[in-house]
Design a protein around this ligand. Structure first.
Ligand code: ATP
Ligand code: MG
Length: 227
């Protein structure tokens, strides 16, 4: 499938709401869509032991957000180096912007290149469902692929389906840190949604599973961007 008009999508949602899973599914189905996940970017830096990774991990371990100027620098540099600050580019963002401050910086960077976000989708999943998911979640850090031992297990125990490399548990997926991340999310999401509501680009999709949410997301995208 393909989109006809450039799509610049932000996926919003509580930690564990399935942003990464929806992203993987979209990339598989729509060849023209590419993605940046701020969390994946940071986890790669941590794995490589870079200075950025070191300072990021001190926040991530505690379930705190990175300061706005640090994360906006990282993601905007990445957008620029990929040539995505461009009105013809089609892409999606997962996990950034997370605050109104970040959203304003992104808006400005895009506007300087005659571009803007044109769709923001909030994934609305009940909290009890999310909490249950997190305990069973494993990730393949190099690709950002996410597995769930219950709903979406790897073909071989503990190994990534594509590369066969080991899967790991995110250190911030413990009950204690996860609680803080959820709290942080609930605090920042309301003003952020307000910001995009004013721009007229916010939609919400509700559901208990990724399989319920995904087709709704695809029809929303097709309805707005394929005709
Ligand atoms: P999930 O991946 O389960 O949806 P999440 O959205 O909390 O959960 P990530 O997006 O992977 O997780 O982010 C992990 C951590 O990285 C955050 O808790 C935060 O410390 C840091 N981080 C990622 N994106 C941002 C951002 N836009 N602003 C500030 N910190 C960020
Ligand atoms: Mg994620």
């Amino acid at each position: 499938m393909s989109v006809l008009r450039p799509l610049r999508l932000l996926l919003l949602g509580a930690p564990g709401s399935g942003k990464g899973t929806q992203t993987s599914k979209l990339l598989k189905e729509f060849g023209s869509i590419k993605a940046i996940s701020s969390g994946d970017l940071l986890r790669k830096q941590i794995e490589h032991g870079t200075p950025l990774g070191l300072s990021a991990s001190s926040y991530i371990e505690k379930g705190q957000l990175l300061p706005d100027d640090l994360i906006t620098g990282v993601v905007c540099d990445e957008l620029k180096s990929r040539g995505w600050l461009n009105p013809n580019a089609t892409w999606l963002l997962d996990g950034f912007p997370r605050t109104v401050g970040q959203a304003e910086v992104l808006d400005k960077s895009l506007l300087e290149h005659d571009a803007s976000l044109n769709l923001v989708v909030e994934l609305d999943v009940p909290h009890e469902v999310i909490l249950e998911r997190i305990e069973n979640r494993y990730v393949h850090v190099p690709s950002g692929r996410v597995y769930n031992l219950q709903y979406n297990p790897p073909k071989v125990d503990g190994k990534d389906d594509i590369t066969g490399e080991p899967l790991t548990k995110r250190p911030d997926d413990t009950a204690e840190v996860f609680g803080k991340r959820l709290e942080q999310y609930n605090k920042t999401v309301t003003p952020l949604k307000e910001h995009y509501l004013k721009q007229g680009i916010l939609s919400t999709i509700s559901g208990n599973t990724s399989d319920i949410i995904y087709p709704k997301l695809v029809s929303l995208i097709l309805q707005k961007f394929a005709n």
